[in-house]
Design a binder for this molecule. Structure first.
Ligand code: EPZ
Length: 422
């Protein structure tokens, strides 16, 4: 198992290029189940979660090939399989999104029910409610969702839940509705850029979708979809993580390819924390001058501040000149990083769905344990500014969502390396 060693205290300077978005790539790859024609997806990041998605697709009869330039070509070889087993879904929750496309095109789906995860219960009731509204017969049996439908039928579906819209719920139901008979109206649809990217790919395949990027999606079902080519949008969470790396080390970092229009809330919060952030041609630049100011941050569905940058933001605010309150409105229990940051000298108290972050003069390097993807990123960021050495264990979490993070931070001047543990 690998670990990452970071020696803190070096301001990051230079340019780093952002990769394609993981959370856009996963449902888009899955949506190729909707056609028997070849699809070419470009700018797909080279990540463990992408490999997992391709192996599920393989089980489902799809053949894929990755070319040297990062493009993935996918073609259907066998339309008969319809089962996504526990072993796959357990490793990656996004695989539950095969439900919609399998139902819509193969009339049947058997998908392991995903369990909870380190940031709490993560139900899929909204996915199932949407698919049932489209006419699917669904039962939960021996830990599996078993779904059937001869042909789905358009319906009006309200997809809002107790924590707002659902990103993958919207993806799942939208992918089913594009092949349903008649018109579907999804109210309270997720507006995240990753959902916009998926919808735009579906339109290229021949789907008829209006209201893309708004909470009201109108879908006119078609009988079949064709192959299409698409380039995945840049990863706004990876870009945000690099921007916070520049901020925490009081450096000057340019994230090439990042889209400022996808990062409005993040830029606003960083600006309030006293950072200089600007859009430059095809890039976003951050530079620091002086102290980090405390800020209050609340995570919300897009265009609000993303929950996937909450842990990284807490790492930054650990070094602010005062007290910040970070409130988690998507996953109220997504605070597992707090205790590991505490081992590095951070002063954070959890109160309900909020973290009260009291800025400290310095963090000190320590052995810490990665627990999930974004929590791991926050430990790397804290390591960049801590005195001495930080040793991050279980870094396979970070490899799910950041490609070669140590090489890319190294190119900005960080003292970071990966070591293979015995
Ligand atoms: C997506 O997960 C992302 N994953 C997550 O990114 C991200 O944290 C999350 O959206 C929120 O932005 C992928 O895109 C692969 P949700 P998703 O359904 O779609 C509740 C990362 O680090 N809910 O939008 O599963 C749910 O419990 C990952 O890259 C229901 O109540 O999240 C949560 O409170 C982790 N019922 C809220 O809605 C449902 O049926 C939003 O979750 C579904 C969700």
């Amino acid at each position: 198992m690998d670990k990452i060693l970071v020696e803190g205290g070096f301001p990051l300077r230079g340019t780093v290029e952002v990769n394609g978005s993981k959370n856009a790539a996963l449902p888009i790859l899955i949506s190729t189940l909707l056609t028997d024609q070849r699809c070419t997806i470009r700018n797909v990041p080279n990540l463990r979660d992408v490999d997992s998605t391709l192996s599920i697709l393989e089980e489902l009869g799809m053949r894929s090939e990755r070319s040297a330039d990062g493009a993935i070509e996918i073609t259907e070889e066998d339309r008969s399989p319809y089962t996504a087993p526990y072993d796959h879904v357990r490793r990656m929750r996004a695989s539950v999104c095969v439900l919609g496309p399998l139902l819509a095109r193969r009339g049947k789906a058997k998908v392991s029910l995903p369990g909870g995860c380190v940031f709490g219960v993560r139900p899929i009731d909204l996915h199932l409610k949407g698919l049932r509204a489209l006419g699917a017969q669904i039962r939960i049996h021996h830990g599996y969702v078993e779904a059937e439908a001869r042909r789905l039928r358009g319906a009006t579906i309200y997809l809002g839940g107790p924590f707002g819209s659902s990103v993958l719920g919207t993806a799942n139901v939208m992918m089913a509705a594009v092949l349903a008979e008649g018109r579907t109206l999804i109210e309270s649809a997720a507006c995240e850029p990753e959902i916009v990217d998926l919808a735009e790919f579906l339109v290229k395949m021949g789907a008829r979708i209006r209201g893309i990027g708004t909470p009201r999606l109108e879908i006119e079902g078609v009988r079949e979809l064709g192959g299409a080519e698409h380039s995945i949008i840049p990863d706004r969470i990876e870009a945000g993580t690099f921007l916070i790396a520049g901020a925490i080390t009081r450096g000057d970092v340019v994230v090439k390819g990042a889209r400022i229009d996808h990062l409005t809330a993040v830029a606003d919060v960083l600006h309030s924390a006293g950072l200089y952030i600007s859009a430059e041609n095809d890039a976003v630049r951050i530079h620091a001058n002086g102290k980090i100011q405390p800020v209050d941050v609340t995570t919300l569905p897009y265009p609000g501040f993303p929950t996937d940058l909450q842990a990284q933001m807490i790492a930054l605010l650990c070094c602010a000149d005062g007290i910040s309150v970070v409130t988690e409105k998507i996953y109220p229990d997504r605070f597992i990083h707090i205790s590991e940051l505490g081992r590095m000298g951070a002063n954070i108290r959890k109160e309900g769905p909020s973290a009260i972050v009291i800025g400290v003069r310095e963090l000190s390097g320590a052995p810490v344990m990665a627990s999930d993807l974004r929590a791991s990123a926050s430990l790397v960021l804290a390591g960049l500014i801590a005195t001495g050495e930080t040793e991050i264990h279980r870094v396979y979490h970070i490899d799910r969502g950041y490609e070669k993070i140590e090489d890319r931070l190294q190119s900005l001047g960080a003292k970071i390396q990966r070591v293979t543990e015995e």
